[in-house]
Ligand binder design. Structure first.
Ligand SMILES: NC(=O)c1ccc[n+]([C@@H]2O[C@H](COP(=O)([O-])OP(=O)(O)OC[C@H]3O[C@@H](n4cnc5c(N)ncnc54)[C@H](O)[C@@H]3O)[C@@H](O)[C@H]2O)c1
Length: 374
């Protein structure tokens, strides 16, 4: 006898993009009851993903197609500890702290995906110990951040903040009161010559004929240096020589407060400092003091020691700064890359595939999963 139609999901990969199709078929329940029902139940068990963030629509679509998506109702520890229960995967952006206490509440948690590049808000060691894979999206926003850095370098060089507010106030003649400058042929010091730092160096050389210095704990291969015409120097030499200093290091013990009063004192008074990596790499009060004393030409910041910055912040509203609210990667291209890359990696791991962009060692994660009987 023909029974009610049975619904099941068919999932497959097309050009590396997971697809699913919902299929309703009439079934001879009496003839094939167990097999059909078994299939339907298995397919219906889609992974549960807790996301702390809305993403670019391309990533949201992938999640809706292949997972049960739960949006976190808040990012405070209490809410997260409650809502992580039952989630197979977690997706985060810049907000939310992923520490051992939260990971302990993740009874089914296998993967944490960081939509973005810096992962300083995740306790990586704690994740590894618990057999939880952490993945991120290195390179997804390299070009976006690079262009943001040049927007600030150019904007500060041409006094955009002062000129724009003067014009808005009806002061057209501000044009002759301040003298801007060109980037062409000037010296750029890049602190942290990784993906973003290297891209900034290449563009500086190709577009503006800049002389590029870099400081990094690791020397780049000669062919990489050649692309930017970059010369590796010590930190102090870079600070002394550069008319532009741009920071592209991760936030860790070695980089926190790297640009403090002492470092600023070594910089040229006509230098422009850009921070589009992490706020706490710079001591903001020291930057404000250097600007007040005219020991620095200008400051461009996309990130803050505390985000969002508190009222009365010493740099916000100054004429000699350009500040943006951690928006360097907020471009269509950057957001699309971050969203699709992280969703594909998280879903792939939950299907048993190898991580594409692991932060912690997949072998150590697997060994710990086995040890814990997960
Ligand atoms: N503003 C934004 O929206 C935004 C977007 C993307 C990335 N970021 C930040 O930018 C940082 C850099 O991104 P990336 O993709 O270039 O990372 P990356 O890992 O490719 O490069 C970081 C470089 O810093 C170097 N480094 C580490 N510690 C150092 C130290 N103490 N001194 C000198 N060099 C050191 C590393 O060797 C590496 O070459 C990220 O960690 C992230 O925090 C910010």
């Amino acid at each position: 006898m023909l029974s009610r139609p049975t619904r099941f999901m068919v999932a497959w990969n097309f050009l590396d993009r997971p697809k699913t199709l919902e299929v309703w078929v009439p079934t001879f329940a009496k003839v094939f009851p167990l097999r059909i029902r078994g299939e339907a139940t298995e397919m219906a068990q889609r992974p549960v993903i807790l996301s702390l963030t809305k993403m670019h629509e391309s990533g949201m679509r992938l999640l809706h197609e292949s997972a049960e998506l739960r949006m976190a109702s808040g990012i405070d520890p209490e809410t997260l500890q409650r809502e992580i229960v039952g989630a197979d995967g977690l997706i985060i952006r810049t907000g939310g702290v992923i520490d051992a206490a939260l990971l302990d509440r993740g009874d089914r948690l296998k993967v944490v995906g960081r939509h973005g590049v810096g992962y300083d808000q995740i306790d990586i060691e704690a994740a590894t110990e618990r057999g939880i894979q952490v993945v991120y999206t290195p390179g997804a926003n390299t070009q976006s951040v690079c262009e943001h850095v040049f927007a600030m370098m150019i904007g500060l060089s041409k006094h955009f903040p002062q000129m724009m507010s003067a014009l808005a106030a009806g002061d057209y003649h501000a044009r002759t009161r301040m003298m801007g400058r060109d980037l062409l042929g000037r010296t750029l010091g890049i602190v942290g010559f990784g993906r973003i730092g290297r891209r900034v160096g290449e563009v500086a050389k190709a577009a503006f004929g800049m002389k590029v210095l870099y400081h990094d704990i690791i020397a780049a291969p000669p062919e990489v240096e050649a692309k930017a015409g970059a010369v590796r120097v010590g930190f102090d030499e870079l600070l002394r020589e550069s008319e532009y200093v741009t920071l592209h290091v991760p936030l860790d013990r070695t980089t926190r407060s790297m640009i403090d009063e002492a470092a600023l004192a070594k910089m040229r008074p006509d230098a422009i400092l850009i921070n589009a990596c992490r706020g706490p790499v710079v001591v903001e009060a020291a930057v404000a003091a250097a600007l007040d004393a005219k020991r620095l030409w200008g400051y461009g910041g996309d990130v803050f020691e505390v985000e969002p910055p508190p009222p009365g912040h010493p740099l916000i509203g100054r004429p000699d700064v350009m500040l943006t609210p951690h928006s360097a990667a907020q471009t269509d291209e950057g957001l699309r890359n971050m969203a699709t890359w992280i969703v594909e990696d998280v879903l792939g791991i939950l299907r048993g595939e190898a991580p594409r962009n692991p932060v912690n060692d997949p072998a150590a994660v697997l060994a710990n999963r086995q040890r814990l009987g997960k």
